[in-house]
Design a protein around this ligand. Structure first.
Ligand code: ATP
Length: 543
């Protein structure tokens, strides 16, 4: 399945940059989530890749095809990009059955496709199936009801699911009644020889037209498969409908109308409808946001399976960081139209590029603490929460002074690049300015307005994930339980340390009393950020 490459893709309305020079490579067969706060440009990005929105500038390539290039004046319409969409408001057609809903789009497809002898193809498939007559009899036996009557619908579905065949083929196979005839083996041989005759006569027909049939029963002329602009045959449509219905498990209610289905079932029908034309890329914009929490969880795991089963590239928009973390092979986190980080979920969580990213992913949110100090050998000596002296040991050796020089240089480079861009008349000054993310340092009294102090190279931010906060009798930090919310499996505890508040997640069903004095330790990795730029410096442990 194709990879997608975005180069300097920009969308602006006037001086408002919805997407600002986005560079992104979505690997084939990836499951990428576009994540970010409301209005950050996720949907716009998705719509541009899909062809529903025209970028102001840039280049988009899907597989080997340049689908958009502002310089070359290329803009391939969405219906030619072989992509599927699934939106939040999937609106099934209420007056159509599930089957009609899923097949509707397929019936309208008219494009260049190989010319096929369907008769020969079906005959070949029937040969293979009746050769397996013992299993067919077994399946048939399973489909009798308590009164001893054969449930034909059940039998068709079982055959379709077992052999990936169309309803037409399933009905034919069932029609041979292999379970009733005296000698099923002889009967299957008879069917096979009939089918072989059909194949031979189809081959003869092709020959009359100067062609041969290849192993897929496609017409071949002068060594090349013959193509023609055509619609899908009824059998092809049925095969596609059955294939996707099996994947999303809606085979049993094909004849029902949407009103007769639950929300989750309707959602599955919508997914089947999108998957039926076999899109090589599937775009989804918050497709689960209408579902209740339990169903969302269920559908998430189904989407993960679907991704595996279809082998398609999935691009998924969400503002729900939990959904992004659990589903994606890579998260693309955007803020104010600017890419903040594009990495695997656990990298985004454990090594966030900056304080904005650190804050956006993770529930409960990361704790931020101001830390002042400097490097001392390999370690840093930091004053945290006013009263505590921390020794921060980086996981990998780092020279903080050098890092800070590089960081400052990076800012200059960014400014220069922006100035360079503005020389081109097609770019304008960005109206929606990029402002530095301000970390929220949780305090008991947040009404107090603090003076803006000058930030120096000695000012850092520590990012402390809630799971590193441990309540232990030997803990060196003195705290007091401010609030405790047990869920059964874990307890989210807010702890007062001096005038500050930090949040910890303690596993197990421990009950804490509000106001209870506790000793706290930080176990595991904490993250060091520059307070000046907000950028990630390193991870390390603290004592
Ligand atoms: P949400 O999570 O709320 O759906 P989003 O990240 O998907 O947000 P977009 O829909 O991509 O955000 O919109 C990005 C920004 O572009 C928003 O601030 C929006 O107001 C603006 N925008 C979108 N469409 C237009 C338009 N046609 N004209 C002007 N501004 C627009």
């Amino acid at each position: 399945m194709p990879k997608i490459t975005l180069t300097d893709v920009t969308k602006r309305w006037g001086n408002f940059y919805a997407v600002d020079h986005l560079n992104l490579e979505i690997k084939d067969n990836a499951f990428v989530t576009l994540l970010g706060p409301s209005g950050c440009g996720k949907t716009t990005t998705l719509r541009m890749i899909a062809g529903l929105e025209t970028p102001t500038s840039g280049r988009i390539v899907i597989g080997d095809t340049v689908v958009f290039d502002s310089e070359m004046g290329i803009n391939i319409p969405p219906n030619k990009r072989k992509v599927g969409f699934l939106f939040q408001n999937y609106a099934l057609w209420p007056n159509m059955t599930v089957y009609q809903n899923v097949s509707f789009g397929l019936a309208n497809i008219k494009e260049k496709m190989p010319v096929v002898s369907f008769e020969a193809r079906t005959a070949q498939r029937i040969c293979e199936l009746v050769g397996d007559w013992k299993k067919i009899i077994e399946i048939t036996k399973d489909c009798f009801d308590k009164k001893g009557n054969l449930n034909n619908d059940k039998l068709y579905l079982r055959l379709i699911d077992t052999y990936t065949i169309s309803m037409y083929t399933a009905k034919k196979i069932a029609g041979y009644r292999l379970n009733l005839v005296a000698d099923p083996q002889a009967e299957s041989q008879k069917v096979i020889s009939e089918m072989k005759q059909i194949i031979e006569s189809e081959k003869a027909l092709a020959q009359k037209k100067g062609c041969t049939l290849n192993e897929n029963f496609e017409y071949v002329k002068n060594g090349e498969v013959v193509y023609a602009v055509r619609k899908l045959s009824k059998e092809e449509i049925d095969l596609s409908v059955r294939r996707v219905s099996r994947i999303v498990k809606i085979g049993m209610f094909m004849d029902r109308y949407p009103a007769e289905l639950s929300g989750g079932q309707q959602q599955r029908v919508a997914i089947a409808r999108t998957l039926a034309p076999e899109p090589s890329v599937l775009f989804m914009d918050e497709p689960l946001s209408n579902l209740d929490a339990k169903l969302r969880l269920e559908m998430r795991s189904e989407l993960q399976r679907l991704h595996l089963d279809t082998g398609s590239t999935f691009v998924y928009v969400t503002h729900d960081q939990m959904e992004a973390m659990t589903l994606a092979t890579a998260i693309c986190l955007i803020d104010n139209g600017v890419l903040q980080q594009y990495d695997a979920p656990l990298t985004v969580y454990g090594r966030p590029n900056n304080t904005f990213v650190a804050d956006f992913v993770g529930n409960p949110s990361i704790n931020f603490a101001e830390a002042t100090g400097s490097q001392n050998g390999d370690d840093l000596t930091l004053k945290v929460w006013k009263d505590y002296d921390f020794t921060f040991t980086p996981i990998e050796k780092i020279n903080i002074g050098e890092w800070q020089q590089q960081d400052a240089l990076h800012d200059v480079e960014l400014e220069n690049a922006r100035a360079e861009l503005l020389k081109d008349k097609r770019n304008v000054e960005k109206g929606n300015k990029d402002v530095k993310f301000k970390c929220h340092i949780a305090k008991l009294d947040e009404t107090e307005i603090e003076d803006e102090k000058e930030i120096t190279d000695n000012d850092f931010i520590l990012g402390i994930r809630p799971e590193t906060v441990k309540i232990t009798p030997n803990g060196k930090i003195q705290g007091e339980v401010y609030s405790a919310m047990p869920t059964g499996m874990e307890t989210t505890v807010r702890i007062k340390i001096g005038e500050f508040l930090i949040t910890g997640v303690i596993f197990g069903g421990i009950t804490y009393q509000l106001g209870q004095k506790v000793n706290v330790d930080l176990e595991g990795k904490v993250i060091l950020f520059s307070q000046k730029s907000g950028r990630f410096i390193t991870t390390g442990t603290v004592k």
